[in-house]
Design a protein around this ligand. Structure first.
Ligand code: ADP
Ligand code: GN1
Ligand code: MG
Length: 368
């Protein structure tokens, strides 16, 4: 659930170890889950920006454990980057609360955190060039590589079964059955397409159960706007949105890159005819990802890269359409029917990738 109440960012900011006085604060980015604000502080005459972010407590049931994960992951990344030029733009940096904790709990029991604002970067909702796709995929691959030797216990599952496609499918089928908002009739065509693809739900899970695709620490939300690109050099500098960084499967991370970076149109493009998966972007993703992850991936994981995008577009369609049927309780929407449009676009994307499967398999083979 998203409420639209005004936030007291001045009081909130004062509870973190931020110097100076708040000059302005405004909503930032296009994420669907958290509330993100860019806030400018006057620090002895210099404007300095921070990100204040309210964690969505409806989606993340245990924000304190989530922050434990994020702190561990960022601590490890910072150790790896120590001494590198521009290190503080290459990873998120948490600003502690006045009491030393990595977050603050507000009067509504919501959890907030603060990051240094990574300046002179931008994110893309639609990738413009293969070089951008390659750079982003390399960054996500490097992120997995850094986390391969994360010390300590297994990370917490911040959302259990987040990419368990069978459970996603079953939840979707239950939402169709319940039809609690009486919306199923008007989207029967999309429901039929989704239900017809049931066989896809178990394929990667079976490979995982068989031991071909091992559990790793993965990002789990490798949407292309979760990587910040350097405005001057085009380099993919920093991976953000670490709320779902937890145990997962490498092909899932690659699949969400394919879903978001190969699409020629927006994730919520209203005209499905404009939604196509671009093979030149797919090839760039394979090149970039394998340049960083090729060293640790097994051939049995690489074998799933061509199918992964189709699977993630399918999973996302189930999630968007399920949310539409349940009355838009999960994703922030900007207009009535928004989740329905998103679902229609994701099913079009799934079909586009499915049609190009042979070509995508050949591309993966040529790099492995
Ligand atoms: P959500 O879970 O809602 O997607 P994100 O953590 O991805 O939230 O943040 C939303 C957007 O805010 C990102 O896509 C990015 O554009 C921007 N952003 C996040 N963290 C920073 C940061 N430290 N510096 C600059 N911009 C950021
Ligand atoms: C959400 O937080 P954001 O907007 O980067 C969602 C992802 C979906 C994505 C679809 C925690 O990502 O799983 O793939 O929307 N995050 C969560 O755009 O559910
Ligand atoms: Mg995000």
């Amino acid at each position: 659930m998203h409420d639209a109440r005004p936030r007291d960012l001045r009081a909130l900011g004062a509870s973190f170890q931020v110097h100076g006085t708040l000059v302005e604060a405004a909503p930032h980015g296009s994420g669907h889950i958290n509330e993100t604000y860019a806030a400018t502080y006057d620090q002895a005459g210099t404007p300095v920006r921070y990100i204040h972010q309210r964690i969505n407590g409806h989606v993340f049931k245990d924000p304190a454990r989530l922050m434990e994960n994020v702190s561990r992951v960022l601590g490890h990344a910072a150790t790896r980057l120590a001494g590198r030029p521009d290190a503080s733009r290459r990873t998120l940096t948490l600003v502690p609360a006045r009491d030393g904790r990595p977050y603050v709990v507000d009067a509504d029991a919501a959890v907030w955190r603060t990051y240094l604002f990574i300046e002179r970067t931008r994110t893309f909702d639609i990738v413009e060039t293969p070089a951008q796709a390659e750079a982003a995929a390399r960054a996500f691959g490097q992120f997995q590589s850094v986390l391969a030797d994360l010390p300590g216990e297994r990370l917490h599952d911040t959302i259990p079964d987040f990419h368990h496609t069978r459970k996603r499918f079953d939840a979707f089928a239950a939402a169709v059955q319940a039809d609690s908002c009486n919306r199923a009739h008007a989207c029967a065509d999309l429901i039929a397409v989704a239900l017809a693809h049931e066989a896809d739900t178990d394929r990667l899970l079976a490979a995982s159960a068989a031991g071909d695709v091992p559990e790793r620490v993965t990002h789990n939300d490798t949407k292309i706007n979760n990587v910040m690109m350097d405005v001057a050099t085009g380099e993919a500098l920093c991976v953000v949105d670490l709320d779902t960084t937890m145990p997962g499967l490498a092909p899932i991370d690659f699949g969400d890159m394919v879903r978001t970076a190969t699409n020629a149109a927006a994730e919520d493009e209203p005209d499905p005819a404009r939604v196509v998966s671009r093979p030149e972007m797919f090839e760039a993703l394979v090149r970039g990802y394998l340049s960083a992850a090729g060293a640790f991936l097994r051939p049995t994981e690489v074998a799933w890269l061509a199918f992964a995008g189709q699977l993630l577009a399918f999973e996302q369609a189930l999630r968007f359409l399920g949310d539409h049927l349940q009355g838009d309780v999960y994703y922030r929407i900007h207009r009535p029917g928004h989740n329905l449009e998103r679902a229609r676009a994701q099913l079009a994307l799934m079909t586009s990738i499915e049609r190009q499967r042979d070509a995508y398999e050949a591309i993966v083979r040529s790099y492995s």
